[in-house]
Design a protein around this ligand. Structure first.
Ligand code: AMP
Ligand code: GLY
Length: 438
């Protein structure tokens, strides 16, 4: 079977590793464009993830049986519809279903139509509308925090949790200025009630009728320990039974997962692909923060190291609408992914630093080094090539053991300016919405 994976990060490396690791039959994997770690498992193809036509040509010319899309941008731009119109099989939601991620206003209105619990909100179409929403008392008294969001995709830069109304007003001005997010992403601005509680990520496979949950995950977004400093794409993630109580998970399934999937069917865009629901567990019950219509990064690394079943078979069943026929099993225990990043990330960072010590890390089914931003230098050395560079990922019977395995490996690996958080998996008590988060 021939599989094409689209993307180039740690998420895509983990997907390809899991595909190969658990496959009952031999797989030939291509990745467009891939990275140095992925090149050890499959063939990297030099086509960018947004070049739909070239990707379709490649899939046709190489008789690809199944394509899997990692990042959100091609999904929002309709890559799934285009592949299907060309008679090619692809895992991911249609462009219509991808609006759950590509338009936050669409997602909030969808949740409202289907009575899915989420923060109270206003969609503003102008600066005046946005300012009058933050100046009103709709979101609590004017000392309360309020959240300002750009409607469209903004690579994590479109959400500001403002601790004061003055901060919210400057966030609105900043989003509308076009300096932080693209102008078209900020055509509509959302003002939301700030929720407080613990965040969890629930991911699932869905085939339009049926769904299967993955182990719940949590990630760490800030660069600094104790959740300080600016936001990143994610500095680490865990899966562990302590993340959600079984009753709360049942409540999330009843109040969020099923109404979302049924609502999508009712509105004519049955969801096929991977749905990632970001939730806040508030005192008033779980509430949706956002939908993503794809795997998360680095949640995927922590989740897939626990997958026992054949991932290619799951994806084939998903595109054929027979997910219920596959038995999806997960390894018992817990997992962790610790990201090691370049100096300066999430700001400007150097590339080309030689990475040492990888040969000292003994990888296997319980420990993997997933590459996010790596490449080969002309001299054949493995070098850094991105902000997030590696995701050290372990699965063990307990979270403490998984974290210990990760950090043992993290300490073996080095490059000039390497940075990571020592507190992955250690979440503070009484967490609150505060400051800037993705
Ligand atoms: P989103 O992209 O909408 O999920 O927002 C990203 C992050 O911003 C979330 O993971 C939360 O940490 C934070 N956030 C978003 N919406 C809210 C809200 N209504 N209340 C508190 N925090 C929020
Ligand atoms: N880690 C969050 C995301 O992938 O969107």
């Amino acid at each position: 079977m021939k599989i094409l994976v689209i993307g180039s990060g740690g998420r895509e490396h983990a997907l390809i590793w899991a595909l190969k690791q658990n496959s009952a039959s031999p797989l030939k994997i291509y990745c467009a464009p891939g990275n140095a770690g992925i090149a050890q498992l499959g063939e990297c193809v030099n086509i960018a993830a947004d070049k739909h036509f070239e990707l379709i040509e490649f899939a046709r010319a190489n008789a690809i049986d199944l394509t899997i899309v990692g990042p959100e941008v091609p999904l929002a731009n309709g890559i799934v519809d285009e592949f299907q119109n060309s008679g090619l099989k692809i895992v991911g939601p249609s462009q219509a279903a991808a609006r759950l991620e590509s338009s936050k206003a669409f997602a909030k209105d969808f949740m409202q139509r289907h009575a899915i619990p989420t923060a109270d909100y206003v969609v503003a179409h102008s600066s005046d509308e946005a300012l009058s929403a933050v100046r009103s008392d709709r979101f609590g008294d004017t000392n309360a925090a309020v959240v300002v969001k750009a409607d469209g995709l903004a690579a994590g830069k479109g959400v500001i949790v403002a601790r004061s109304r003055a901060e919210a007003e400057s966030a609105i001005a900043e989003l509308l200025s076009g300096s932080v997010v693209a102008q078209e992403a900020a055509n509509q601005i959302l003002i939301e009630e700030a929720l407080e509680g613990r965040e969890v990520s629930v991911l699932l496979f869905a085939d339009g009728h049926d769904y299967a949950l993955m182990p719940a995950a949590r990630d760490h977004k800030r660069i600094g320990e104790n959740d300080t400093g600016p936001n990143t794409g994610g500095m680490g993630a865990i899966t562990d039974a302590s993340i959600i109580d079984p009753e709360v998970l049942d409540q999330i399934v009843r109040e969020v997962v099923e109404p979302t999937l049924k609502g999508a069917v009712m509105e004519g865009f049955p969801f096929r692909g991977v749905l990632f629901i970001g939730l806040m567990l508030t005192a008033a019950g779980p509430k949706v923060l956002e939908y993503n219509v794809r795997f998360g990064d680095p949640e995927t690394q922590a989740i897939l190291i626990r997958l026992e079943s054949d991932l290619a078979e799951i994806f084939q069943a998903l595109v054929a609408g027979r997910l219920r026929e596959v038995d999806i099993r997960w390894r018992e225990g817990s997992s962790a992914c610790v990201v090691i990043a370049s100096e300066g990330y999430p700001g400007a960072y150097p590339t080309g630093a030689p990475i040492t010590g990888l040969d000292r890390v003994i990888v296997g089914p319980a420990l993997q080094v997933f590459h996010a931003g790596t490449s080969w230098s002309e001299g054949g050395e493995l070098v850094t090539a991105g902000g997030r560079v590696l995701g050290i990922t372990a699965w063990q019977p307990t979270l403490d053991a998984a974290l210990a395995r990760c950090y043992e490996a993290v300490d073996q690996i080095d490059w000039s300016g390497k940075q990571f958080r020592r507190d992955i998996g250690r979440f503070g008590q009484g967490e609150k919405a505060s400051g800037f988060r993705i």
